[in-house]
Design a protein around this ligand. Structure first.
Ligand code: ADP
Ligand code: MG
Length: 335
């Protein structure tokens, strides 16, 4: 059966199975003109949205529906994570070209539902339309948090230590392997591709950072360390120094860079879509945060630099050489 035969409503019916994973607070899920749900009392509401467009963000023939759906939701959950909040409800609008099969759309929803179930996020609605050529998916996520626990980009202070929650640059390397169709199936390359295709949102970690006290500013790395730290610096009116040798680079990325003659530090600084959290914390609270984080998640935080009172972003290399960098990374209208 194809999309023409089952039609818009047949498709929505098929997709709505398994969308409601947490029934409490939900009065109306998919099926009416609008969803109805109750927000936790005493918490503020956070709303974020991110769109994925075929040939801009993904190539339909280079990945599975599952991965596309998973990532479309993951990047939104990552934004909620960066604010230190809990993700609760999601809405999915999709524009479907004629040559896209029902199975492919179902696979997209499989990816979204798997990730949504893991974080107890309901898919409460959306919109479905046709498209001339490209597949477009827009996701909205609604989250909540106690008002005083929300983390913003604007709170960094001179002397703060800068941390990130995971390796940088893997996603960009994975993207390179996919776009250049490098079909080497080595474990290292599979891991890099997966870092790009199915990034993990740091929701629990974001919530932890918001609650533990001493965290001043946070962002998720979607455009690249240089670019996203740049946002914190600009909004907080401070500068920063990053220590090149402290930037966490995975063994997989080192192997990739050796093979293709790239510089891992440059790759990590400019590479986007890692979706790890980047945050700044008061120096006198940092040890406590690092210790508690390790105990809670059994993984380390990576301290990569310090906030300064300049307005520059500097990278310091072993031996003391400093390089001033203009924030680079992905910017849709500047290439
Ligand atoms: P209306 O025409 O009143 O806007 P729709 O027919 O577009 O309603 O949608 C019917 C129901 O299906 C609504 O609850 C809507 O949120 C949901 N829905 C539509 N498209 C999607 C989708 N792609 N994913 C999830 N829910 C959807
Ligand atoms: Mg509609």
């Amino acid at each position: 059966m194809n999309l023409k035969e089952i039609g818009e409503f047949g498709l929505i019916n098929k997709l709505s199975d398994g969308c409601l994973v947490r029934k409490d607070h939900v009065i109306k899920a998919i099926g009416d003109d609008a969803a109805v749900f109750i927000q936790p009392v005493d918490e503020v509401v956070l709303v974020t949205t991110d769109m994925m467009v075929e040939r801009v963000h993904f190539f339909r023939n280079a990945t599975s529906g599952f991965n596309i759906g998973y990532k479309a939701l993951a990047v939104n959950l990552s934004d909620i994570a960066a604010m230190g909040a809990s993700a609760r409800e999601a809405f999915v609008s999709i524009a479907i070209p004629e040559d896209c099969s029902i199975e492919f759309i179902e696979d997209i929803y499989k990816g979204m539902k798997q990730l949504a179930a893991r974080f107890q996020v309901n898919l409460l609605g959306g919109d479905t339309t046709g498209s001339q050529k490209d597949l477009v998916i827009n996701v909205v996520v609604v989250g909540s948090a106690p008002k005083e626990e929300v983390l913003y980009r604007c709170g960094a202070k001179k002397g703060d230590m800068i941390f990130c929650t995971g390796y940088l640059g893997d996603s960009r390397a994975g993207c390179h392997l996919i776009v250049k169709v490098i079909a080497d199936d080595a474990e290292a390359f599979k891991a890099l591709k997966n870092a790009h295709l199915i990034p993990r949102p740091y929701l629990k970690e974001g919530k932890f950072l918001a609650r533990c006290g001493g965290v001043h500013a946070a962002i998720d790395i979607s455009d690249g360390l240089g670019s996203d730290l740049g946002h914190i610096l600009e909004q907080s009116r401070v500068g920063a120094v990053i220590y090149a040798e402290k930037i966490p680079v995975s063994e997989n990325l080192k192997k990739f860079c050796r093979l293709f003659h790239f510089d891992p530090v440059q790759y990590a600084v400019a590479g986007g879509e890692d979706y790890v959290l980047l945050f700044t914390a008061a120096p006198d609270q940092s040890n406590k945060i690092v210790e508690k984080y390790r105990k809670t998640f059994n993984t380390p935080l990576f301290e990569i630099g310090e906030i300064t009172d300049s307005t520059q972003l500097e990278i310091e290399f072993p031996g003391g050489k400093k390089e001033q960098t203009t924030p680079t990374g992905w910017n849709h209208f500047k290439k």
